[in-house]
Design a binder for this molecule. Structure first.
Ligand SMILES: Cc1ncc(COP(=O)(O)O)c(C=O)c1O
Length: 390
């Protein structure tokens, strides 16, 4: 095997892979499909690690520093610093609970909220594991579709009807995957008001929050007035800094009431976080701002490029430019319903996107395309999609 090229360490400009570099990766994205398929599905970016992250991991390997994670207080303090700088969010490091990843964090929080046997609500279309997490704790899902008028806002009337049934929790995707929307502060305030009135705990998955488009910020749920009493957040550096395989995230509370919930987290959960995940997250949260801003700018460029490529090669598709993340939610209903567009792109174009129905019934005829890659690979992906329809 050839040794991967390590990109320049002190660049704050992110380095995206060419195809050869991307194909050297052995992560799920690059192993799930045959070699002639271009993978643009799972949410991994084809980007070299941020230099501070590369350094801390290289140093750990050199020192054979591969034991169990010791996350506190460093992770909590680094996260608090990041949250203060990026969103003006004052996190109390004493209310940060390390978990292995966001999925585990969401599941453990649902367990602590006593969700087993009860309803858990969320807004669709949404990241498929929302259903899996609810099933894993023995709860049942209540789906409240986002408003289908092109805005993809939270349906507050629908949520009020759902909350009146007293679900154990409402899972917020903030920003929302797959539509890429950042809920506005007024919408979140209305959500908090409903949660308070109906006694429903809000659990906010904020994994995509650092990846807002340039000039935009995400409102962390716990910064909304009144939210701290009724809400918890699960955050991670993993999506923004491409660390998913290293296993580190954190559940956060901001009131004595919600602290008491997280304080019942089984001690072993913390021990399951990855040591490299903790080291990488601390480095990312502490020294990763410039690189992160470079990624946000690069992703904005990719969305510009996608807009031009779609207009030119796939005018029958419709989409709304996301406000955050690197996922484009493409309306392919002119091509087919259900997962027909996904199948056609895969079978005839040899490009793997995510089939819309995975994200719930409103995803019929949609696909989700990952643009967290180089301009060249994005152009290749769209060309394959266009070829599939010719
Ligand atoms: C909204 C959302 N939550 C959670 C995850 C998964 O996070 P983790 O790998 O930390 O479990 C993803 C991954 O793409 C995601 O998009």
């Amino acid at each position: 095997m050839t040794t991967p090229q390590v990109p320049v360490l002190d660049a704050s400009t992110p380095v995206f892979d060419d195809l050869a570099a991307a194909r050297r990766r052995r992560s799920a994205k690059w192993r799930a499909y045959p070699a002639d398929v271009l993978p643009m599905f799972v949410a991994e970016m084809d980007v070299a690690l941020a230099p501070p992250v590369q350094r801390v991991l290289a140093d750990a390997v050199a020192a054979s520093d591969t034991g169990y994670a010791s996350a506190l207080p460093e992770l909590a303090e680094a996260l608090a610093g990041f949250a203060r700088r990026r969103y003006g969010w004052a996190i109390d490091p004493g209310q940060v609970f390390p978990v292995p990843d966001v999925g585990v964090g969401m599941v453990e929080v649902l367990r602590l909220l006593g969700a087993a046997g009860r309803a858990v609500a969320f807004s669709t279309p949404v990241y498929a594991p929302f259903w899996h997490w609810v099933a894993e704790v023995g709860a049942h899902p209540v789906e409240v579709p986002l408003v289908d008028d092109g805005t993809a806002r939270l349906d507050l009337d629908g949520l009020e009807r759902a909350f009146a049934q007293r679900p154990a929790a409402y899972l917020l995707c903030n920003p929302h995957n797959p539509v890429g929307r950042v809920p506005d502060p007024a919408e979140l305030a209305a959500l908090v008001d409903l949660a308070t009135r109906y006694g429903v705990t809000l659990v906010s998955d904020e994994i995509h929050a650092p990846l807002t488009m340039p000039g935009q910020t995400c409102t962390p749920l716990l910064t909304v007035p009144g939210a701290a009493e009724v809400s918890l957040a699960v955050v991670s550096a993993s999506k923004a800094f491409n660390l998913a395989g290293l296993k580190c995230a954190a559940a956060v509370s901001a009131s004595p009431r919600m602290h008491a919930v997280l304080a019942r987290m089984p001690e072993d959960v913390r021990w399951r976080a990855g040591h490299f995940g903790v080291l990488a997250s601390v480095a990312a949260f502490t020294d990763g701002d410039a690189w992160l801003d470079g990624v946000r700018a690069a992703l904005a460029d990719r969305f510009d490029l996608l807009d031009a490529l779609l207009a030119d090669q796939l005018p029958q598709l419709r989409w709304r430019r996301p406000q955050a993340g690197y996922l484009a939610w493409l309306d392919c209903r002119a091509v087919g319903s259900g997962d027909e567009p996904f199948r056609r792109f895969l079978d005839r174009g040899r490009v793997a996107v995510e089939p819309g129905p995975k994200f719930g019934a409103p995803g019929s005829g949609f696909v989700r395309l990952n643009v967290g890659t180089s301009a060249e690979l994005l152009a290749d992906g769209v060309a394959r999609m266009a070829a599939a329809l010719r």
